[in-house]
Write a protein that binds this ligand. Structure first.
Ligand SMILES: [Zn+2]
Length: 419
């Protein structure tokens, strides 16, 4: 019996199989842990680089910018080096305010395979977070609904008559025939202009439009050609509500031949290519709407004398800003969470100091979409008037000088003053 037991080959196979399963399991587990910590590290780098960034350009150029992290993860996923479980485990461990940094990637259809089963859960967490900033308004509405007898005249009607389409006093007409460069845009003390860059977005622009419509405010949008071509129906909604629409380039590349832009793009862009990128943004809007406002805003606010001169010669107004909402931030450099309420407070603080100005926001940021109803109310409560930029000669909307202008040589540049 002993002999037969010792020599039974089936027993040996069984023992070795157990050993292999154990070793294999150990390596699978440790491989899993390594992959997860690698994914978590990528997200951590992104969060800390957003925190450390001193400007939007700085954040955009960061090696671990959210777009770059997600596209790297997608390539790894497609190669089988990373699973959606690894990504989901890392996202589940993340603080919600940091998770907001990745919202646009989380919501893009391209990235959906990467999120696998946690797709709905992660989006639900984000929705609940943004909703938490809206609770105060809802409570007020409920109270009013419950006590209709004591409620004063409906607020919505008061708002609608305060600044409607027929009332032209909130339009700030701009003459671009000799060039125009706006930092405060000649706005008078007590006047504020809301501006929105980088859209239109299917996810967040409708919420921005809803907030503007509810408050009966008109704003100036600087859209991206690529986003316009991807979401033409959203652009039509922006136009239908009476907002002004200028462009912000085609691709959001940093346009001038400067070192800071070389760092952003990975190469030095020629003036010709930069002008093609500017014209492409304008062309996209005109293709969809049949018109485009002769307004342009440089991506990252980075310009050059050559490009400024081109805008001036083509009768296009250049818009900068005087109050930055920093809506792309998750945290301040000292680590403080930069949430919706803090963004509103910071904008109001800056406005209190400057008494007027152009506010820079992004309609691709849910922070801005969420903040907007309260921000508009606070701006009005503080006694400011909300203005929209409109070209003086409406015909120029249909005859874009920017699309037909020739590219001038650098030697022909001129200085353009600021307003
Ligand atoms: Zn931008």
């Amino acid at each position: 019996m002993n002999v037969s037991k010792r020599n039974n080959p089936l027993d040996l196979v069984f023992v070795w199989a157990l050993v292999f399963i154990f070793i294999g399991g150990f390596f699978t587990l440790s491989g899993c842990t390594n992959r997860r910590s690698e994914v978590s590290q990528r997200f951590d780098d992104s969060v800390s680089q957003n925190q450390a960034a001193s400007s939007y350009a700085d954040w955009h150029a960061a090696p671990a910018h959210s777009e770059k992290v997600f596209s790297t993860l997608l390539s790894q996923f497609n190669r089988g080096d990373v699973t959606s479980k690894d990504v989901c485990a890392s996202l589940a461990d993340m603080k919600i305010e940091d998770l907001t940094l990745f919202e646009n990637e989380i919501r893009s259809t391209e990235m959906q395979p990467l999120l696998g089963d946690c797709d709905q859960e992660v989006k639900g967490r984000l929705d609940a977070y943004w909703q938490s900033f809206k609770k105060t308004d809802e409570k007020v509405e409920t109270k009013e609904d419950q006590a209709p007898k004591e409620a004063p005249a409906p607020k919505a009607e008061t708002k609608k008559t305060s600044q409607n389409l027929e009332d032209l006093s909130h339009i700030h007409y701009v003459d671009v025939s000799q060039g125009y460069f706006a930092v405060t845009g000649d706005l008078l003390p007590g006047q504020v202009a809301l501006t929105f860059d980088d859209g239109p977005s299917r996810e967040t622009t409708p919420e921005v439009l809803e907030a503007l419509e509810q408050a009966n405010v008109h704003a100036t949008f600087f859209t991206l050609g690529n986003a316009v071509r991807a979401n033409p129906e959203i652009l039509k909604e922006v136009a239908a509500q009476g907002h002004s629409i200028g462009s912000h380039s085609t691709t959001h590349r940093c346009l001038p031949a400067k070192r800071i832009c070389e760092k952003q793009n990975g190469y030095m862009m020629s003036v010709t290519d930069a002008i093609k990128d500017i014209q492409g943004g304008h062309q996209a809007i005109r293709d969809v709407l049949g018109w485009v406002d002769p307004f342009f805003r440089f991506p990252f606010g980075e310009s050059s004398p050559e490009l400024k001169s081109f805008l001036q010669r083509s009768g296009t107004g250049e818009f900068y800003w005087s109050i930055d909402s920093n809506d792309w931030r998750a945290r301040l450099p000292d680590g403080t969470v930069y949430d919706v309420d803090m963004m509103i407070d910071n904008v109001m603080k800056e406005l209190g100091q400057r008494k007027r100005g152009i506010i820079l926001m992004h309609d691709i940021q849910r922070k801005t979409a969420t903040a907007l109803p309260t921000l508009i109310q606070k701006i009005r409560d503080a006694g400011y008037e909300l203005m929209v930029f409109r070209v003086k000669d409406e015909q120029i909307r249909y005859q874009s000088g920017l699309l037909t202008a020739k590219i001038f040589k650098a030697s022909q540049t001129e200085r353009v003053g600021s307003r």
